[in-house]
Design a protein around this ligand. Structure first.
Ligand code: HEM
Length: 484
């Protein structure tokens, strides 16, 4: 008993000394700090209340870790553009995903990020060559919709296939049919992994507690096993690529990575951050982050179209005027389609697919915004708060694409508090790809269909299902009426 009391007093004194220099925030309870209050509801709702009470920068103690939350886009920009804020923290989920382009730190992350940016750009990021791959997937999805005729259907599986196929094509040069069992297995693995991540709860911060919580321990083991299976899945693809490797015909990300490894070997470089394992982990990271974010934004877009039929009509009118019904859309059309662009932006603002972004971590003690933030502090950018900040968004909970338009109907060029892809040195690496996908999928759909609510169905709600990183809409069904 005396030991416990001494421990609690020491814990209190340590926290008090740290707390004096840290941003304001709630106290929490001895030892666990604020952890018990954080997992009852999505963290962005908890932080909304703390934001109202403590202001734009707040800190909470999570067991032995400190966490700072930035609730304003300027603070996020200032912090995330500084090298001291670029690390990822040592949290269970991050450790389970190994050290890749999303989860790694230091030169390993930097070298692999730089290489991946360059390579994906060479394969068409932001260029027209990728249009074709994305359009083919959108058309295949339209065929699936058409086959449903007037029957209501959900968007769960088919949208995942379409988005995954784009990723497969770019990374491994492959595409799968909708009914392919390997694709079905892969999607199940991804979905179950994401669902389980939420059950990790507080063991994210205090891993040892997993032995006290059987459900968390089971979830931990399942996530570990599935991420290993996803990572291993790519081994066979890499071996195939090695067998058929042709330096004069670099087909995809795997080929480009193998070429880079060979070049480094030829130069006699040692201690390189490039390896077979690193390649597998990078692809696993790309699939884990790139699939659910994009697929759920597409589902949210359709949900908002159902809820706002007039908006749907305006987009269809713009599509008809600029692209027409015959030719496929191209990225060049974007400049002439401000309403469609504004709709996509409003979907991203309102749906908040990644409401708290991904956790950052300070890699040294740092003076920031008048506070001293110790090395190893978890730093979160509260994108949700930026997107609903009434200072920047009048009537923030209203869905209204015109907030992104000037009074003359052109797209606003400056939207300060809009950062669905975060900001700074770890800003989303797939932003250009995601924007291309959202535009091409939406315009191809709107050329061909009007989305309607099935007769007698209740309107799907905008309240999300939150998993550790991604906000998903609750499952809903639609009817896709072919436009005449
Ligand atoms: C609408 C779709 C998407 C959204 C909303 C989104 C959002 C985000 C956010 C908020 C981050 C965290 C940035 C930070 O740590 O501050 C992130 C990171 C990342 N995203 Fe995306 N993302 C999307 C699609 C994609 C796609 C399609 C890919 C690639 C195929 C991708 C690749 C990445 C990578 C590699 C990182 C980690 C960057 C790093 O740590 O250096 N994302 N994304």
């Amino acid at each position: 008993m005396t030991v416990l009391v001494a421990f609690i007093i020491q814990d209190f004194i340590t926290k008090f000394l740290r707390w004096r220099k840290m941003p304001p925030g709630p106290w929490g309870i001895p030892i666990l700090g604020y952890i018990p209050f954080l997992f009852k509801e999505p963290p962005y709702l908890v932080f909304e209340r703390l934001w109202e009470k403590h202001g734009d920068i707040i800190s909470v103690t999570l067991a032995s870790k400190e966490q700072v939350v930035l609730n304003n886009w300027e603070l996020i920009r200032d912090a995330f553009s500084r090298p001291e804020f670029t690390d990822r923290p040592d949290m269970v989920l991050i450790r389970l995903a190994s050290s890749g382009i999303v989860t790694g730190n230091g030169s390993l992350w930097q070298d692999n990020r730089r290489f991946t940016m360059r390579t994906l750009r060479d394969f068409g990021f932001g260029k027209t060559t990728l249009d074709g791959i994305i359009s083919n997937e959108a058309l295949a999805l339209c065929d699936v919709f058409k086959k449903k005729a007037k029957d209501p259907f959900g968007l769960h599986y088919s949208v995942n296939v379409a988005v995954l196929n784009v990723l497969w094509k770019m990374t491994a040069g492959e595409q799968y049919a909708y009914e392919d069992a390997r694709m079905a297995n892969f999607i199940e693995l991804l979905n179950l992994t994401l669902e389980d991540t939420q059950s990790l709860g507080l063991i994210q911060f205090v891993p040892i507690l997993k032995y006290l919580y059987p459900t968390a321990l089971q979830a931990y083991r399942r996530v570990k096993n599935r991420i290993e299976r996803i990572t291993d899945d790519f081994k066979g693809k890499i071996d195939e690529h090695k067998k058929n490797f042709d330096p004069d015909n670099i087909r995809d990300y795997i080929d480009a990575y193998l070429q880079e490894m060979k070049a480094q070997q030829n130069r006699g470089e040692e201690n390189t951050n490039f390896s077979d394992l690193q390649l597998r982990v990078n692809i696993q990271n790309l699939f884990l982050i790139g699939c659910e974010t994009t697929a759920n934004t597409i589902r949210w877009a359709i949900l908002f179209l159902l809820r706002n039929l007039k908006v749907q009509e305006w987009i269809q009118a713009e599509v008809d005027n600029v692209i027409g019904r015959e030719r496929l859309p191209s990225l060049a059309d974007r400049d002439r389609m401000p309403y469609t662009e504004a709709f996509i932006m409003e979907v991203q603002r309102h749906a908040n697919v990644a409401p708290m972004g991904l956790p950052h971590c300070t890699n040294q003690d740092v003076e920031f915004a008048g506070y001293t933030i110790p090395k190893g502090t978890i730093v979160m950018g509260n994108l949700w708060a930026c997107h609903f900040d009434p200072k920047y968004w009048p009537d923030p909970f209203k869905f209204d694409p015109t907030r992104f338009l000037e009074s003359d109907g052109t797209l606003k060029t400056k939207n300060s508090s809009f950062l669905p892809f975060s900001l700074g040195k770890r800003q989303c690496l797939g932003e250009a790809l995601a924007k291309m996908e959202l535009f091409i999928f939406l315009t191809i759909f709107m050329q061909r269909f009007s989305f309607r609510l099935p007769e007698g169905a209740t309107m799907p709600s905008t309240e999300p299902i939150f998993s550790a990183i991604v906000n998903r809409p609750k499952p809903f069904k639609i009817v896709a009426e072919i436009r005449t």
